[in-house]
Design a protein around this ligand. Structure first.
Ligand code: ZN
Length: 236
């Protein structure tokens, strides 16, 4: 079931104190605003605030270490996000939803089309905790051609609500709603890692594509930034 993790490296057994490392990826950033919703609420800002709250609240969760792919308002290509997630065992990307129908609301989890059981299981657990904590409508888990498929670790995208639904947008912009979202994600991570076999052998913290991705990012003529941005916009 957890074949994606069964590679050589760190042994997670009883009494092991090495932390689980989770990459939290605030979607969009910089000139890529993501969705702009009710009252001018901007997706990139809301998901960044929630990412920071997750990092802050993680101090109450022993054995969970958070890496933020971005900690400020800057655009990052998928390749740059992959590089910044090096060392993580799992990857969770934060987004909001957008619709021209203001009635639509709720929380969705997405997994890349090539994901295995681990990502699917993580998505289900995160969605359960998020909808339980917020009483938001549960829109299920879906498969989508996300750029996250390029990661070699289990990866999930969560859409934390509709920025175009007046009531949901109002709540998403406020700390008393953002904090339970952050805590629910941490509770979900904890439940997921506790569900893993205690004798599991984890992938060592590295990413095999990181070197190639770095070379592409650094190439002045590769055009990756433009193509990556359009690809991300198309799929998120
Ligand atoms: Zn988005």
């Amino acid at each position: 079931m957890y074949l994606g993790l069964l590679i050589t490296g760190l042994i997670w057994g009883e009494g092991h104190t090495a932390p689980w490392v989770i990459a939290i990826d605030a979607g969009h950033g910089g000139e890529d605003t993501g969705g702009i919703g009710v009252d001018g609420l901007i997706e990139k800002n809301i998901v960044l605030q929630i990412a920071h709250l997750i990092a802050l609240e993680a101090s109450s969760f022993p054995n969970i270490k958070i890496i933020l792919t971005r900690s400020d308002d800057r655009y990052l290509s998928p390749a740059e996000r992959i590089i910044r997630a090096q060392g993580a065992h799992f990857f969770i990307s934060l987004h909001l939803d957008f619709s021209y129908d203001p009635r639509l609301r709720g929380i969705t989890a997405l997994v890349p089309t090539n994901s295995g059981d681990s990502a699917r299981e993580l998505a289900e657990i995160l969605r359960k905790h998020l909808t339980r904590a917020t009483k938001a409508t549960d829109l299920g888990t879906k498969r989508a051609p996300l750029w996250l498929r390029r990661l070699s670790i289990p990866a999930v995208q969560v859409k934390l609500g509709f920025i175009t639904n007046p009531e949901e947008a109002r709540k998403l912009g406020q700390l008393p709603y953002q904090r339970p979202l952050a805590q629910a994600i941490l509770e979900g991570i904890r439940e997921f890692v506790l569900s893993l076999p205690t004798s599991i052998v984890l992938d060592p913290p590295r990413h095999p594509d990181a070197g190639a991705a770095l070379r592409r990012v650094c190439s002045p003529h590769c055009g990756l930034r433009t193509s990556a941005r359009s690809r991300e916009r198309a799929y998120l």
